[in-house]
Design a binder for this molecule. Structure first.
Ligand SMILES: C[S@@+](CC[C@H](N)C(=O)[O-])C[C@H]1O[C@@H](n2cnc3c(N)ncnc32)[C@H](O)[C@@H]1O
Length: 221
């Protein structure tokens, strides 16, 4: 369909009385052959503070830890499993954090809606590895998604990735090379320990036994 004929639509994220939005509120707004307007972070957070994004927040330990330490930054978290997201919601409530917003939806869709040059940091801790070969295509960190993240990051923005899966680690390295948009802050692509990096639930329960590959990348666009 010709681009000019496609309707533009604004996805309404209702954060008026709460800090989270469930997919039930978003799905009815999604239509085929529609171009969506950019999301404005200042509307979501009601301030102009820098924005950090975590994809796959799990129980929310990581995002709440950093949101508590950095009150002058905003934290936007995505999680696709509602039952897990509810744990994160409870944690944000218990800590009384006002700089966190959570969205129950596939981040792959929403990152497209971010304005370019708008995010200070992306965190992706233990993305689903899809270990079976026939499922590798479902992995999140493909060159196209890395390029999209780079586009949305500020010029000096950063991307953190942690994985315990050797095969996925190798694919991430290959995809970072294909993308060409990031450089590592280390002399190599990844390290096995990252000092002061919050150990997520997944890290403590599974990954710490098998070994972990941490990527700390700077945007190179
Ligand atoms: C292996 S778990 C890791 C959870 C947490 N980051 C940790 O380290 O404990 C991966 C999480 O990412 C979520 N997830 C996977 N793909 C996602 C996507 N495209 N958007 C949002 N969440 C996603 C999954 O539902 C799951 O909770």
């Amino acid at each position: 369909m010709e681009k000019s004929l496609i309707e533009r639509k604004k996805i309404v994220l209702d954060f008026a009385d709460k800090f989270y939005v469930f997919s039930e509120e978003i799905k009815p707004q999604i239509k085929p052959f529609v171009d969506y307007d950019e999301i404005q972070f200042s509307e979501i957070f009601k301030n102009e503070n820098p924005v950090c994004v975590e994809i796959g927040i799990g129980n929310g330990e990581f995002i709440t830890h950093y949101a508590e330490l950095n009150k002058e930054e905003n934290f936007l978290g995505f999680e696709v499993v509602k039952k897990i997201l509810k744990k994160a919601i409870n944690r944000v409530e218990r800590k009384g954090l006002e700089n966190v917003r959570l969205i129950h939806f596939d981040a792959k869709f929403f990152v497209n809606l971010f304005p370019n040059n708008s995010v200070k940091r992306f965190y992706i801790n233990f993305p689903d590895p899809w270990p079976k070969k026939k499922h590798h295509k479902r992995r999140l960190l493909k060159p196209e998604f890395l390029n999209l993240i780079s586009e949305k990051l500020l010029v000096d923005g950063e991307l953190f990735i942690a994985t315990d899966h050797v095969g996925y680690k190798e694919e991430i390295v290959a995809n970072l090379i294909t993308s060409g948009k990031f450089k590592s802050v280390f002399g190599c692509w990844y390290v096995n320990e990252l000092v002061n990096y919050y150990p997520t639930k997944y890290y403590r329960k599974f990954a710490s036994k098998t070994g972990v590959y941490f990527f700390h990348l700077k945007n190179e666009k």
